[in-house]
Ligand binder design. Sequence first.
Ligand code: UT7
Length: 337
Amino acid sequence: MTRAVIRSTGRYLPPRILTNETLSEWMDTSDEWIQKRTGIQQRHWIPEEGDVGASDLGYEAAVVALQRAGWRADELDLILFATLSPDLFFPGSGCLLQRRLGLRETPALDIRQQCTGFLYGMTTADAYIRSGLARRILLVGAEVHSTGLDISTRGRDVAVIFGDGAAAVCIEGVSADDDVGVLASALHADGTYAESLMVEAPASRFNPRINENMLRQGRQYPVMDGRNIFKLAVHRLPEVTAEVLQKAEVGLDQVDLFIPHQANLRINQAFEKTLNLPEGKVFHNIQRYGNTTAASIPLALDEAWEQGRIGPGGTVVFLGLGAGVTWGAVIHRFPDA
Ligand code: UT7
C-alpha cells in the first residue's frame, strides 16, 4: 500500500521580535495579562520596511525542508499552500511560491482553512498520494498577520495573539506493508460560527469591496468572539482526537507526542488535562511565537523533531480548531530510521 510519509520539515521566522512590553506601549494591555490569558511572551513580525508576503516566508521554510529531504524543487508533483493571509486576494500564494522555486508547470493549490490549514493540507496530500496522483508533495503553512492587525486598544484581544512565521514539510508516497505515514485523519467544519472569527472586508459581497467608512470602522481587521472559540476548542479537540485514534485503531498510550495548533496555552493545557496525559506528551511553543495559524503545527513539529521530542518510529497526533469554525486531527507515524 502507498503511504504518505513526512520526510522533512523546515521553518522560517522573520528576525524582528515583538515583546509584550512593546505592545503595551501601543495599546492598553500588559505583559501580565497576555502571559496569564494566553501564555505568549513574544512573537515574530516581518520587518517594518519592505513588502514581505506569506509566500516569501513560505519560500524560506520550503528551501530548508527541500534541502533536508534531498529533493530538487522540480521533483515535486504538487505544492499545497495553507494560509489565511495570502499575499494577494488572488492568485494564490502557492503560485507565487512556485514561481520563486523556479518552477513553470508544477500544480499549486491554496488551502484557506486558517488554523486547520495544515490538517486539511496533510489530508489532501494523503488523498493525492494514496490515489496515485502525486508522489512528492510540498506542504507549506505561512502567515503574515502583523500587517493586518488593529494595534490600538480596540483590537487588543486579537492583536496580542498573532505572530508571523512559516513552516514546510515534504511528504512522500512510499510503498509499505507497515502502518507508517498518515494512519488516519478526521476533519470537520461548522459554518454556523463563521462570524465568530473573521476578517469582514475587503470582500466580494460589498460593492465596492471596501470603502473609507468601513476602513474608519476597522472592518478590515480580524474580529473574534474569543470566549466562544475557546469553549468550542476545549470541547472539540478531545472529541476529534478520540475519533482519529479510533479510526487508526491506535491507543492513547501508543501516541508519543500530541502537537496541537498553538492558539492559547490554556486551551492546550485543558486538552492535556481532559485526556489525563502525562507530562511532556503535548508540545507547546506558543510562548515564543504566538499564534502563527496555518504555520503553527508544522512549526511545532520542526522544533519537536529538532529537540528529539519525536523521532524515527514515533507516532504523533496533530490537532487544531480555528476560524470557520473548522477542526480536525491527523495521526502520523514516522518510519524507523
Ligand atoms: O487560532 C484561532 C482560534 N483562536 C482561539 O482559539 C482563541 C480562543 N480564545 C482565547 O484565546 C481567549 O478568549 C482570548 C485570549 C482571546 C481572551 O482571553 P479571555 O480570558 O477569554 O478574556 P475575555 O475575552 O473574557 O476578556 C476578559 C477581559 C475583558 O475585560 P472586561 O470586559 O472583563 O472588563 C477584555 O476587554 O480582558 C479584556 N482584554 C484585555 N485586557 C488586556 C481583552 N484583551 C485584552 C488585552 N489586554 N490584550
